[in-house]
Write a protein that binds this ligand. Structure first.
Ligand SMILES: C[S@@+](CC[C@H](N)C(=O)[O-])C[C@H]1O[C@@H](n2cnc3c(N)ncnc32)[C@H](O)[C@@H]1O
Length: 357
């Protein structure tokens, strides 16, 4: 698609209506994929980096796309309680975050850094390209802010001087983003990296989309599909400041309605929380996903079948995906951030091994 038309296309947003319900859980790699891998972020092979500030420093009301209530002076309102209990059960702090510090938890030495006066902070790359880990009083998952000076949903910004250059990062809250929860849970691949073209289904007001925008950078593109008017308004405002987000206010069940706005993509990320989500992803994959491209789907078991066990729902969704040429490769639950949610990651029409390099 000719990039000269993007600003024009960004105006061609079409409206719809919708409800927002979040999702997630975890299982893992290598087939057969239906064997749950237990343990949340504290799992042995997981990268355990917890946000330093999601609670205390992110007092913004919950985004319209979130089932979580507003920050209520020290604890999350409606919806947070479960995550909190789960987090406490795993030995995390009350807010679900673990301060870096001695005694073998977090990063040894943080407390002594604090005692000496000036806090030494740093940022190091996460193994997922475009994602970083902030090391300070508390460690946090962060992304490099594409629009320095601006937060998107009240998240904390941190500035670090690297080689004489100041860089601003935005903290990424796993209680508000299933992609962040999956990364903290140790997902093997996210396939979203600098320069990626991403189709994001269920963008809500742009919380996670904004971090995807940071990861892919100015040379990437994220087409953000959302059918709720209210969330769509916020999303459009986020996109006004971030040139790599194309908001598409449409129903993801009808990809042909927005096919003129979207080119072929490398990755589809879906978080629509609908009973027919697998079908929605398949329709969009057949229309926009390149062969050998990847998908990530957040599945909320309750949304699909509230009478079956979460594991049974995940297995049945995986079967639906397989029937559509979407080959699941990894499955992971999102405790302690979300209960009975899973993220499934896979490949679409895998290329023959010789041509996939
Ligand atoms: C769980 S929320 C998404 C949260 C978002 N992914 C985030 O991390 O910030 C689900 C969103 O999907 C949207 N949605 C549900 N069904 C949809 C559909 N058929 N087409 C477009 N958006 C849809 C809802 O309006 C809602 O905003």
């Amino acid at each position: 698609m000719n990039t000269a038309f993007w600003p024009l296309l960004k105006c061609l947003v079409i409206s719809g209506t919708g409800l927002c319900i979040p999702t997630h859980t975890r299982i893992n790699t290598s087939l057969p994929i239906n064997i749950p891998r237990t343990g949340g972020p504290a799992g042995a092979e997981a990268d355990v980096y917890l946000p330093l500030s999601c609670g205390r420093d992110a007092p913004a009301p919950a985004a319209p796309g979130s089932a979580r209530g507003p920050w209520e002076g020290g604890r999350w309102g409606r919806g947070r309680v479960r995550g909190q209990q789960a987090a406490s059960a795993r030995g995390l702090g009350e807010r679900g975050f673990r301060a870096a510090g001695p005694r073998g938890r977090g990063v040894a030495g943080s407390r002594s850094r604090r005692r000496k006066g000036a806090m030494v902070v740093s940022v190091e790359p996460h193994r997922h390209e475009g994602v970083f880990i902030y090391r300070g009083a508390e460690d946090a998952l962060v992304t490099l802010n594409m629009v320095p000076g601006l937060s998107v949903y009240g998240e904390r910004r941190v500035t670090v001087t690297e080689g004489g250059v100041k860089q601003e990062y935005r903290t990424w809250n796993p209680f508000r983003s299933k992609l962040a929860a999956a990364i903290l849970g140790g997902v093997d691949q996210i396939h979203i990296k600098p320069k990626s073209k991403v189709l994001y289904l269920g963008a809500a007001s742009g919380t996670t989309v904004s971090h995807v925008s940071d990861i892919i950078g100015p040379d990437g593109l994220v087409y953000a599909v959302e059918f709720s008017h209210r969330a769509g308004r916020d999303l459009v405002n986020v996109a006004k400041k971030r040139t790599n987000i194309i908001p598409v206010l449409e129903d993801a069940r009808h990809p042909l309605k927005y096919r003129m706005l979207i080119g072929m993509v490398d990755v589809i990320f879906a978080d629509v929380a609908q009973p027919d989500q697998s079908r929605i992803v398949a329709l969009n994959a057949h229309t926009f996903l390149r062969n050998g491209g990847h998908f990530l789907i957040s599945i909320k078991a309750n949304c699909i079948d509230s009478t079956a066990s979460a594991e049974a729902v995940f297995a049945s969704e995986v079967r639906k995906l397989q029937q559509e040429n979407l080959k699941p490769q990894e499955q992971l639950t999102l405790e302690p951030y979300e209960r009975d949610h899973a993220v499934v990651v896979g490949v679409y029409r895998p290329l023959p091994k010789s041509s996939s390099k």
